[in-house]
Design a protein around this ligand. Structure first.
Ligand SMILES: [Fe+2]
Length: 228
């Protein structure tokens, strides 16, 4: 994906988020140069990979297969291992109408996926089988705002604004917006996007960027090269 397109998606996404009265934290708006200047003070941002994450899953078809994410907070895996402290994370995301986030599961992370407003959030769900692969047979049971719902393998769960679902590690899920773009909240266990996403198809997690103009803001996937 071209950097100019990433910049455009950031501008559009920020406007959509603000239209719902949600405002991102100050570091969202620091330029790459400001981030670099503050580097000694922002170990918590770089280390936890907080910030912008515009992904086309390396496939170059963002409108059909992609997701806008901003990681607002993210705890520590050491705390998670010792069972106390900052074991949580939060993201704000946008799934555009008919824009698919492809089928995947997590090994460690449980996540509440929340429709914060806009269209209907559709999620296709499967259980894992004993090997961790998609189980095409067994019924799926998920908690939706405390209410247990049971549905057939591969059926689509539809969440209206205000509704959410709790997905546990091993729950296979793909999602997209229906009838409009959807502002999505994610409240989860500590998040590690480098190791904790298992995709059904062989795809990447991050975009490959073609530099055709300067970045408006860095993506989390830019941190290793910018802060090497
Ligand atoms: Fe997920």
């Amino acid at each position: 994906m071209k950097r100019s397109r990433v910049n455009e998606i950031i501008r559009e996404g920020d406007a959509l988020i603000r239209s719902f009265g949600f405002v991102l934290p100050p570091f969202a708006y620091w330029s790459p140069e400001e981030l670099r200047d503050k580097r000694p003070l922002i170990g918590g941002i770089v280390g936890a990979r907080l910030g912008w994450d515009i992904t086309d899953y390396g496939q170059g078809r963002f409108d059909e297969l992609g997701l806008f994410l901003f990681t607002v907070r993210n705890g520590s895996e050491a705390d998670l291992k010792r069972g106390g402290g900052m074991c949580y994370a939060e993201k704000i995301m946008i799934s555009r109408q008919d824009q698919i986030s492809p089928m995947h599961r997590h090994i460690v992370k449980a996540e509440d996926i929340i429709n914060r407003g806009g269209g209907v959030l559709a999620l296709k769900l499967f259980n894992s089988d004993a090997e961790g692969n998609i189980d095409h047979e067994t019924d799926v049971e998920v908690a939706t705002d405390g209410l247990v719902r049971r549905q057939k393998a591969g059926d689509v769960l539809r969440l209206n604004p205000g509704e959410s679902v709790t997905l546990m590690p091993g729950d296979w899920h793909a999602f997209w917006g229906e009838g409009g773009d959807v502002l999505i909240g994610e409240v989860s266990t500590v998040n590690n996007d480098l190791t904790d996403n298992i995709f059904a198809e062989p795809i990447g997690r991050f975009s490959e960027i073609e530099e055709d103009e300067p970045p408006l803001h860095l993506l989390v996937s830019d941190y290793p090269t910018w802060f090497a």
